[in-house]
Design a protein around this ligand. Structure first.
Ligand SMILES: Cc1ncc(COP(=O)(O)O)c(C=O)c1O
Length: 369
């Protein structure tokens, strides 16, 4: 027991679970040579849009690209402001910056998501879009966000990169905005064997624009309507996520069960705060994030015991060197800054064992003893 290792993430079991389905698909793909935007891409797009209660799914090269393409399809560009959560991975704001628009941040609530109470005061005449992020697997509070967006004539793009399969008041993540963006980076709840992304929408015209934008601005070979990009989902990655999609609900339930075990064993231990799930949310625990004022010591203790732990994220976006030119300063988003000093993500993945969870919890209780 003492020398048990608990990796932060272990993708091996997921890979094994799809091999029987995947191997013949890869063989057929190699035979057909339809490597880019082939049959598995359209099959995946249809399956994922149906899963997400949307009419259209459009594969692309990454989650960052999914966000960029979504903003471009909504005509966001230089001079526009886009509001998003201060507590997110930098890709969310990079998508905004990279198309020449300006990211505007809103501090987080107690669920680590964009605080809707602080949203309206961030809206200006230049605000063109809002990107709520369903961080760690828990949906943002979409109804008030959509209501404010409608009131001010603003578009909404969900960043659902960490929330494949999550629900908000019964509605799927990815089905509650103009366009949703998903990353399918390998460690995500639905992860490829490399970089991949997908967008969902219910709007036929937007779907067509996204298809054109991801493919060199073209829907007819060598005829280019707009200045597009090369951001296509390749057929091998599409085959992987198509096979994994069948397991997603089961794997998300396993994540929820693991989270429940952690919370049961860790509630009330020392000054540790276990993550809270909002009444409106069906959380899919992409990450299980605890908080403690003694974070650095706890992290060191866990790492010394071969337990993989990571901070998501150690430096808030507004304090990143890359954004030094924005004029943001310490104190601008105090809840996010406080969280960055206190949070720690414990190991979680669908096939984590009870022994592994118990070992992590025992180590944490030992730390506080
Ligand atoms: C919230 C969020 N948005 C966007 C991204 C970007 O996705 P990708 O790495 O596939 O570009 C990620 C993941 O990396 C993410 O966690």
């Amino acid at each position: 027991m003492e020398c048990m290792k608990v990796p932060f993430i272990d993708l091996q079991a997921q890979a094994s679970a799809i091999r029987a389905d995947l191997d013949p698909m890869l063989e057929a793909l190699i035979q057909s040579c339809g490597f880019v935007l082939g049959q598995s891409v359209s099959d995946f797009e249809a399956a994922f849009s149906a899963y997400s209660d949307c009419d259209h799914g459009i594969g692309c090269a990454s989650g960052l690209d999914a966000l960029k393409l979504a903003l471009r399809a909504l005509d966001v560009g230089p001079g526009d402001e886009v509001i998003t959560a201060a507590n997110t991975f930098i890709a969310t704001t990079l998508a905004v910056s990279s198309i020449g628009a300006t990211p505007v941040l809103v501090d987080m609530d107690t669920y680590f998501n964009l605080d809707v109470e602080k949203l309206e005061s961030a809206i200006t005449p230049k605000t063109k879009a809002i990107i709520p992020v369903h961080l760690y697997g828990q949906p943002a509070d979409m109804d008030p966000i959509n209501a404010l967006a409608a009131k001010h004539g603003i578009k909404v793009v969900e960043d659902a990169s960490q929330a494949h399969g999550a629900r908000y008041k019964g509605r799927r993540a990815g089905s509650m905005s103009d366009i949703a963006a998903f990353s399918m980076y390998p460690g995500k709840n639905l992860g490829a064997f490399g970089d991949a992304g997908v967008m969902t929408t219910r709007d036929e015209a937007l779907a067509e624009q996204l298809r054109v934008l991801r493919n060199y601005g073209s829907n007819r070979k060598y005829y280019h309507q707009v200045l597009g990009e090369n951001s296509r989902l390749d057929s091998m990655q599409a085959a992987v996520v198509l096979c994994k999609l069948k397991h997603l609900d089961d794997w998300n339930s396993r994540r929820r069960a693991a989270a429940a075990k952690y919370s049961e064993q860790l509630a009330g231990v020392g000054d540790l705060h276990v993550p809270k799930t909002a009444d409106f949310a069906e959380h899919v625990f992409h990450l299980y994030v605890v908080r403690t004022a003694r974070r650095d010591d706890l992290l060191a203790q866990l790492q010394a015991n071969d337990i993989g732990c990571i901070i998501h994220y150690p430096v808030p976006i507004h304090l990143q060197e890359a954004y030094a030119g924005m004029g943001w300063k310490p104190g601008d988003f105090p809840e996010t800054e406080r969280a960055a000093d206190e949070i720690c993500s414990l190991p979680i993945f669908p096939h984590i064992s009870d022994e592994q969870i118990n070992h992590v919890c025992e180590t944490i209780r030992g730390f506080y003893a």
